[in-house]
Design a protein around this ligand. Structure first.
Ligand code: ZN
Length: 328
């Protein structure tokens, strides 16, 4: 069977309203978003009801889930069960105008048992922008599950929750069981397993339409990692990444994340799996080395490079975050 000559596939995002969202996806990223508070750009997603769609090229208008089902070679030679479970990730750009609730996610095993076979959620954040004194909620101070439960019952949130300073360009890997919350003013790029299973531990006693949002205290206590890992070690600074070289900033069992600051000319070598590429800053071009096809890129663009076909060459002045599947 001869290999098809695939080209990169650009994605048109799905946008989601959130009570904590703002307008920066329009003002900072230039997206054409719906009216109101929009917190999430699902840039690359095949999650049911929140799908991104191919924009331009041979597959224009195709939903990502259909692309995944109909063009398996584009994504690489993946294990059959992995393929059958559907496109594995969600890539989001998040604009938090207000604080998000304090939450935690289960792993695959817990979600499989308690959430109808859903995936768990490992996720990671690359900070796109934040206030000078920004802090995220990362982890907690309880030493035992009993103490964790008691502090929740007594509503000692300030004693329980840890806050960690972050700055633009920081990267945070959030394993399942990590208590976390995005705070007001932070914009970030999130790469996560394709799952929407979130347990809300605390919502600052806020009301939505006159009522508090549902909490999931029991599940949060079940899945929280206790004691929590050192939050300072969770935050990786990436601003010293060398220009025009790709640097691995994370590798877990689901994905590897690369940072590629393009200052002049840079390259991502072809891989045996698809690569999700997001331009987080600046503008430039993508030229596929063998085919010679050229694409203009700008901040906010997300695309998928096909598996095992061609090296991707970048020029211009921009920052790229790329993600690749580790399950092959
Ligand atoms: Zn989360």
């Amino acid at each position: 069977m001869s290999k098809m000559n695939y080209e990169p596939v650009f994605m048109k995002p799905y946008f989601q309203h959130n009570i904590w969202g703002g307008r920066k996806l329009e003002t900072e990223f230039g997206f054409d978003i719906p009216d109101g508070d929009v917190g999430e750009c699902w840039a690359v997603s095949a999650y049911p009801g929140c799908e991104s769609v191919v924009s331009g090229g041979d597959f224009d208008g195709l939903k990502l889930s259909d692309m995944w089902a109909q063009q398996p070679e584009f994504f690489g030679d993946l294990p059959e069960a992995y393929r059958a479970a559907g496109y594995p990730f969600i890539t989001k750009i998040i604009d938090a105008k207000n604080d998000l609730s304090i939450q935690v996610h289960p792993d695959d095993e817990y979600a499989g048992i308690h959430e109808n076979g859903a995936r768990g959620k490992t996720e990671c954040w690359y900070i796109l922008d934040c206030p000078d004194d920004a802090e995220l909620v990362l982890g907690h101070n309880a030493k035992t599950r009993e103490e964790f439960t008691q502090m929740i019952e007594e509503k000692r949130w300030n004693d329980l929750l840890r806050r960690v300073r972050v700055r633009k360009g920081d990267f945070i890997q959030l394993e399942p069981g990590t208590i976390h919350a995005i705070t007001a003013g932070v914009m970030l790029l999130e790469t996560q397993q394709s799952s929407d299973v979130t347990y809300r531990l605390y919502d600052y006693d806020r009301l939505q339409n006159g009522k508090p949002r549902e909490l999931h205290i029991r599940q949060s206590i079940d899945v929280a990692t206790i004691p929590a890992g050192d939050p300072e070690k969770l935050v990786k600074h990436t601003e010293n990444a060398k220009p025009d070289e790709d640097a691995e900033i994370e590798k877990c069992k689901f994905y590897e994340i690369l940072k590629l600051p393009v200052q002049c000319a840079a390259k991502l070598d072809e891989a045996d799996v698809f690569t999700i590429v997001t331009v987080t800053e600046g503008r430039g071009n993508l030229v596929m080395e063998r085919s010679g096809s050229k694409y203009a890129l700008r901040k906010g663009d997300s695309l998928i490079l096909p598996a095992g076909w061609d090296n991707a060459c970048f020029d211009g002045n921009m920052n790229i975050i790329a993600a690749r599947s580790m399950r092959r």
